[in-house]
Ligand binder design. Structure first.
Ligand code: IPE
Ligand code: IPE
Ligand code: MG
Length: 260
């Protein structure tokens, strides 16, 4: 049923669509972050190479982004490659880099038509010149779009991001632009890769592991978490909707008292 939604039609989903019927549109997350985990296990379970799992994972990502567009989620951030993922075998890292590059080349125009604004988090300048250039040009092409803010974390680590921010603030203090006493949450956030985005209020991790793996350590300070055993390539729009429905039912107290 929902399959017919994914032909590339932008956001104008009929209100009465069955897939989205259960979603309370007044209680959607402002910033959803997804740890797309379990590609390797998905492939191994089928007797395939791990890389086949990464390829299948791209299709899942495409569908999840379509849901974000259909529901007009303000921001979606996905973890594509961590600063720790360089520890993997060279062939797998190389495959992933080519996959990201192909994904961008293939999808950028459709994302642009869907009014998606793309942004990359992490040390993009350490990636291959081709990927770096593609990332920057994708950001440029979509910079005036006003729909979903879609962030792809590539060569991203939360601790690395905080260290970069600390260095920037220290440099500003050293040059007299800023007093150490003026370093507050706003100053910190201006130095993060997520500058200008709402705080992460929802973190989804697939494939059964329950950890952050160095993702958005500052931004997810008050996030709700959703864990599922489903491996990322099997994470369908219906799975995403399940997660969004659960988010809508959470009681978010922020240290205060019941808020329902
Ligand atoms: C997530 O899937 C994708 C990346 C980290 C790039 P994994 O490759 O981590 O899959 P598992 O966790 O080994 O199953
Ligand atoms: C987190 O998954 C990183 C991405 C999904 C890109 P990992 O598979 O690298 O995390 P660990 O090793 O299980 O913590
Ligand atoms: Mg993993």
């Amino acid at each position: 049923m929902w399959k017919k939604l994914f032909k590339g039609e932008p956001s104008s989903l009929p209100e009465g669509n069955l897939l989205y019927d259960r979603v309370n549109r007044t209680r959607l997350p402002q910033h959803t972050a997804v740890i797309m985990d379990g590609n390797g296990r998905w492939a191994e379970g089928r007797g395939l190479l791990r890389t086949a799992g990464h390829t299948a994972g791209v299709d899942a990502l495409k569908q999840v982004l379509k849901v974000a567009i259909d529901l007009a989620l303000p921001a979606l951030t996905v973890y594509a490659f961590s600063t720790e993922n360089w520890k993997r075998p060279h062939a797998e890292v190389d495959f992933l880099m080519h996959l990201f590059s192909d994904y961008l080349a293939r999808e950028i125009n459709e994302m642009d038509e869907d009014n998606v604004k793309l942004h990359f988090l992490g040390r993009i300048d350490e990636l291959s010149p081709r990927l770096r250039q593609q990332a920057r040009s994708a950001e440029e092409q979509t910079q005036n779009n006003t729909g979903v803010r879609f962030n792809v974390a590539m060569n991203y680590g939360g601790q690395d991001e905080l260290l970069r921010a600390a260095r920037q603030l220290a440099a500003e203090a050293q040059s007299g632009q800023l007093q150490p006493a003026d370093i507050d949450a706003a100053a910190m956030e201006r130095c993060l890769d997520t500058q200008g985005l709402p705080p992460v209020d929802f973190v989804i991790r697939t494939s059964g592991d329950m950890r952050l793996s160095n993702f958005l350590l500052w931004q997810a300070a008050y996030a709700e978490f959703w864990f599922t055993e489903t491996n990322w390539p099997d994470f369908t729009p219906a799975c995403f909707v399940d997660a969004l429905v659960a988010f809508g039912q959470r009681d978010r107290r922020f240290g205060g008292l019941k808020n329902k």
